[in-house]
Design a protein. Structure first.
Length: 200
């Protein structure tokens, strides 16, 4: 709220003299309005912009749910890993996946990538385990969410040498038919020496 008396004084103008009682009354009214704007208006705006009080709790619970889906799919101790990995994604034909500097936009291409990973690397790992380090989930709506996490897959090579795959993964989930599935993702691999150095 702009105060005309204050701006006039700054410009060197003198306001017409008013009766003293009227001037005091106007000054008190001006202070009350200005104070109400400063004290009441700003917190109201902050309250409107602030997230709900339970947002952190809800996002933590959401992270538990989504990370649980991923760790279940990456349970290397059970057969059917390829099928479970593909089952993380939306069943439709259109799924966006960015990895290794490339983008694919079909579930069929994603299925090929998963099969290639499993035949070249996955089935040759000895005693692998999927470890989630950092994780951050945000609800984008009642049926949409984003999850970013860092992960590591420590294991041994067929020759018995320790090796680790690691990186960061951001996935956008949508709840379809009561089930959370990935509709878009981006994976960023950690270089091998750094991955080994950061083992838990």
């Amino acid at each position: 709220m702009r105060d005309n008396t204050w701006s006039s004084a700054r410009e060197g103008r003198v306001a017409p003299r008013r009766p003293r009682r009227l001037a005091v009354s106007l000054a008190l009214t001006s202070l009350t309005v200005a104070g109400g704007t400063a004290v009441c208006g700003a917190p109201a705006a902050e309250r409107a912009a602030a997230p709900p009080a339970d947002a952190g709790v809800r996002d933590a619970a959401l992270a538990d749910t989504l990370v649980g889906l991923i760790t279940t799919a990456y349970d290397f101790s059970r057969p059917g890993v390829e099928q479970r990995l593909l089952g993380l994604y939306a069943p439709g034909a259109f799924v966006v996946s960015a990895a290794a500097g490339r983008i694919t936009t079909s579930r069929a291409a994603l299925a090929q990538q998963i099969a290639g990973f499993w035949s070249r690397v996955g089935q040759n790992m000895r005693d692998p385990r999927f470890v989630v380090r950092e994780r951050y989930a945000t609800a984008l709506g009642p049926d949409a969410a984003a999850l970013t996490l860092t992960y590591a897959i420590p294991h041994q090579t067929p020759e018995g040498r320790p090796h680790t795959l690691a990186g960061a993964w951001t996935a956008v989930f949508q709840r379809r038919g009561g089930r959370w599935v990935i509709v878009q993702e981006h994976l960023s691999d950690l270089p091998a020496p750094a991955a080994i150095g950061q083992l838990p």
